[in-house]
Design a protein around this ligand. Sequence first.
Ligand code: ATP
Ligand code: MG
Length: 561
Amino acid sequence: MSTEDRSLNFIEQIIEDDLAKGFAQDKLRFRFPPEPNGYLHVGHASSICLNFGLGLKYNAPVNLRFDDTNPAKEEQEYVDAIKRDVEWLGYKWDKELYASDYFQELYDWAVVFIKKGVAYVDSQGSDEIARQKGTPTHPGTASPYRDRSVEENLELFEKMRAGEFPNGAHILRAKIDMASSNMLMRDPIMYRILHEKHHRTDNNWCIYPMYDWAHGESDYLEQVSHSLCTLEFLMHRELYDWFLDQIYDETKTRPKQREFARRNLSHTVVSKRKLLQLVQEKHVTGWDDPRMSTISGMRRRGYTPAAIRNFADTIGIAKRTNLVDVSVLEFCVREDLNKIAPRVMAVLDPVKLIITNYPEGQEEWLEAENNPEDESAGFREIPFSRELYIEREDFMENANSKYFRLTLGKEVRLKNAYIIKGESVVKDSEGNITEIHATYDTDSKSGSGSEASLRKIKGTIHWVSVPHAVKAEVRIYDRLFTHENPDGDKDVDFKSYINPNSLEVITGYLEPSLKSAVDGEHYQFQRLGYFCVDRDTNAEKIVFNKTVGLRDTWAKIESKE
Ligand code: ATP
Ligand code: MG
């Protein structure tokens, strides 16, 4: 669905209203402002699609701004991963910017605040300050340092910056209103001392600005017109505006903060902090483990940028937080892969099928369509021989009349090949079937147009020729959490819901065209699902990840429960 096909979301409505009131369209400017303290996840994907989608819709620049004001948690690795993910989603930022680029300007403004008497250095400890905060119904108590002279404040603030004090000795606070009904307005912190090396500014700074102070001013410096954030910042808007009031120059664009609901996805967690725990405690193999809700995990799983963009557009932008079922995302993935993924044959739980009337040593290359959804995808050749693998599940010795796969005495079609009839089985001493013997109708070759090939046969099964089969490691994933909302109960550790069976590794047998498959390629293993080549593939082994099944099997399981 493109934005043209649906009604405006409430953010677009706000922009339309601003334009109608005379805001110039060429002044529209957006940003996506990640903190580089982890990898981006599916929730961020929604925010990226929203901001960059607005950029495309209004032909406006969108900045990628790293909100790097907390040196303790931020790293270059995360910056690189974020850039890779935004690009992979298909978006181009106008400028790559860093809140840390504005440290000097922010500092200079803070000095202006002190001179205007709207900021002061508080020398109390954090416990004391917390005690004085009051409650939403009781006003706070003023700090004994609130009325320090401008000179003393300036001197202390300079010394803070010069590194003369240890962490926690002083903070710079905005002087607003200790009785405000909005607790965030009760003299919020602007700077804290942190003797910590920053991934970009190194040891140049030992005081760092707080989010509320840095964010709006960064928006202003970049002349962002609409600063979109998630709902937990609703109460921060008053502070955002207060800071701007102190520095705003009427000739410039005044940024507007507007909030939308965080997007949460079922059966997973969307919080960098929690995803980091999964990585550090080795519940997954890394940030890009295909079970992770990270963008890099989804990419490795085989989800496509188009599917994720379409998902973001489908769930839209909301004013209330809700849990989106992961099946909606999987639907979008299937829909895109159905269009683009070449069809191939692979057998994942093999049993041998011998075509007893097919000459030993003979092979034949049959034509197979690559993608019935895409004519331009063309055809390929697949080898047929006397010994084939089929799925164990596709054979039943004693089947009833509703079973349309292979059984004894009945016919079934081998996809792209011949019609065969089950004749007998060979079993081991424990009664397990080790071989199925069948005969084929020599005139029934698919696509030959012969009368025999056109016979109506109820079932078609897939197969792979044994001597030509390519072995592969196939990783089958299930949901990482058994609970729909593992994060939903504050008293329960989300990790207690980890699904112990979220990964199964098996050996699959693939048609030989997949011998040269390369990292990132998507395929539909016919009748089984969508799979992609994993980056662990090398000259020795091919590794496939199961992206998603052909149908939503969970819906069935859950409706039975
Ligand atoms: P996390 O708790 O996972 O670290 P965050 O909000 O702290 O999330 P940021 O890097 O600060 O992460 O977020 C960058 C942008 O992405 C912000 O504008 C934020 O509001 C938005 N965002 C983060 N999580 C979601 C989500 N689940 N749904 C929609 N937008 C989100
Ligand atoms: Mg954050």
